[in-house]
Ligand binder design. Structure first.
Ligand code: AMP
Ligand code: GLY
Length: 445
């Protein structure tokens, strides 16, 4: 196994067959890290992408085809399945695998609702006294409009259910919020996901992502990271799935990190446990660092994308051991070792993204990156055809750079990115700049 996780056949010390579900950059990073584990004998991925194909055995099953995934895992005797995206989790893939006696990493359907229903998440936060924006739930558009007139703008409108990351509108004016209510509740642009909505106080501050592993009782935090959701430099333009990330996030001091664990994750995991619910898996909190402290914007019940591509290259410990400890309830025996270096991942997108985008453009230059210890390429929307790699999605690939600090990690990532070419390639040039500015101002990292 080389540093990139290139698959070189079976390993002698290998113990388990591992099945990763998903096809994005996050899943490439998971497969890449898992394939480096001494415990991993064979690594499979469904449906995978052009990069995953080079380091794992790709199976053509869609990520939300629960019956198909289960049949494959049973027939091929998978020892561990790891779910990347939220949809199968919310559809209950973990419950189905557990019923069949198969080991799977992720929360059950009930707790996947922390992401699957924003109302469920907000009510859970309120019940446990965890800081989050004030909110009100509506299933009637007239009542929502009345409340909007009373509260005024800015205000945040959120569809209750999953909406592929598009269900939140931070409205600067009453008109904009009114339009969001109309599209979600009357025009039903997100189908049933918008039948119920939340109107929420608009928070100000800097956003960070904090992820933890949990076995239901023990909390093992990952390192901090920060995403860049807007398509254009300086956080302008429409929201995307994420155009780049870096880790660590300098806005999170040691004290703030400890406060986030103590005031947000601890009461959540303990509160759920008191109610007889055991959160097993990775839990991602999107937080706003406000003047009055960290507040929860959202939960994701899975690894972040592209945060994972900036976090996993820093993880020195064996990932398979951590994932199985979450399932087995032995996380108290696990310690995570991290590379002190910073990691920064820049995402390259297809022309047109996040709107309608181009596809099937050949990607050149992937072989030009030789500096494997400091630059890693994670494919997202790519497909291979006769040994060549083509674009096949909006977010095409991410280039992660490692360096002694964010400045050198940024340099490495962009050095790699400049070697890659495809028609219409677009990437932000300012990933990490907010962190760099903070560090220049002498704030602690
Ligand atoms: P969510 O899917 O809930 O994370 O929302 C997507 C994005 O909307 C977040 O990353 C924030 O940038 C923004 N957002 C969500 N809730 C709020 C809020 N209460 N105040 C300000 N911005 C918010
Ligand atoms: N980076 C945002 C997400 O994974 O939802």
């Amino acid at each position: 196994m080389d540093y990139r996780g290139n698959y070189k056949g079976k390993k002698r010390g290998g113990l388990v067959r591992i099945f990763v579900v998903g096809s994005g950059g996050r899943e490439h990073a998971l497969v890449w890290k898992i394939a480096q584990s001494e415990k991993a004998d064979r690594v499979f991925c469904a449906p995978g992408n052009g990069g995953i194909e080079k380091i794992a055995e790709v199976v053509h099953i869609k990520a939300n085809d629960i019956d198909g995934l289960l049949a494959f895992a049973e027939n091929s005797k998978m020892d561990l399945t790891v779910i990347g995206p939220e949809v199968p989790l919310v559809k209950g893939v973990v419950d189905r695998f557990n019923e069949a006696g198969l080991k799977i990493f992720g929360p059950d359907r009930g707790l996947a609702m922390l992401e699957g229903s924003k109302v469920f998440a907000k009510e859970t936060l309120k019940r446990f006294g965890i800081p989050t924006a004030d909110f009100k739930v509506f299933d009637n558009p007239d009542k929502a409009r009345d409340y909007l007139r009373q509260k005024g703008a800015p205000i945040v409108v959120k569809a209750d259910g999953l909406a592929a990351g598009k269900g939140v509108v931070v409205a600067k004016t009453i008109e904009e919020a009114g339009q969001a209510i109309e599209s979600m509740m009357v025009k039903k642009i997100f189908g049933r996901s918008g039948e119920r909505i939340i109107l929420e106080e608009c928070l100000e501050g800097e956003e960070v992502s904090i992820l933890i592993f949990s076995d239901g009782r023990t909390i093992l935090p990952l390192v901090s990271s920060q995403d860049h959701k807007r398509i254009l430099d300086n956080d302008r333009g429409p929201n995307t799935g994420g155009m780049g990330a870096y880790s660590p996030a300098p806005v999170v001091s040691d004290k703030l990190f400890n406060d986030i664990i103590a005031d947000i994750f601890r009461p959540l995991i303990n509160g759920l446990l008191r109610e007889g619910k055991s959160y097993k898996g990775v839990l991602y909190a999107g937080l706003m660092i406000t003047k009055s402290g960290p507040m929860v914007l959202e939960f994701n019940v899975r690894f972040g994308d592209p945060e994972t591509q900036a976090i996993l290259p820093r993880l020195k410990s064996d990932l398979v051991g951590v994932l199985t400890a979450c399932i087995d309830g032995t996380l108290d025996k696990v310690k995570l070792d991290w590379d002190e270096r910073a990691c920064l991942c820049v995402v390259a997108a297809s022309k047109g993204y996040p709107g309608a985008y181009e596809k099937h453009k050949e990607i050149h230059g992937l072989g030009n990156i030789k500096d494997e210890k400091e630059i890693v390429i994670f494919h997202a929307g790519t497909a291979s055809k006769e040994g060549r790699i083509f674009t096949n999605g909006g977010r095409v690939l991410g280039v992660a750079g490692l360096g002694k600090d964010i400045v050198s990690a940024k340099k490495k990532a962009y050095e790699g990115m400049r070697k890659i070419r495809f028609d219409g390639i677009y990437y932000r040039r300012d990933i990490g700049d907010k962190a760099i500015k903070k560090l220049e101002q002498g704030e602690p990292i």
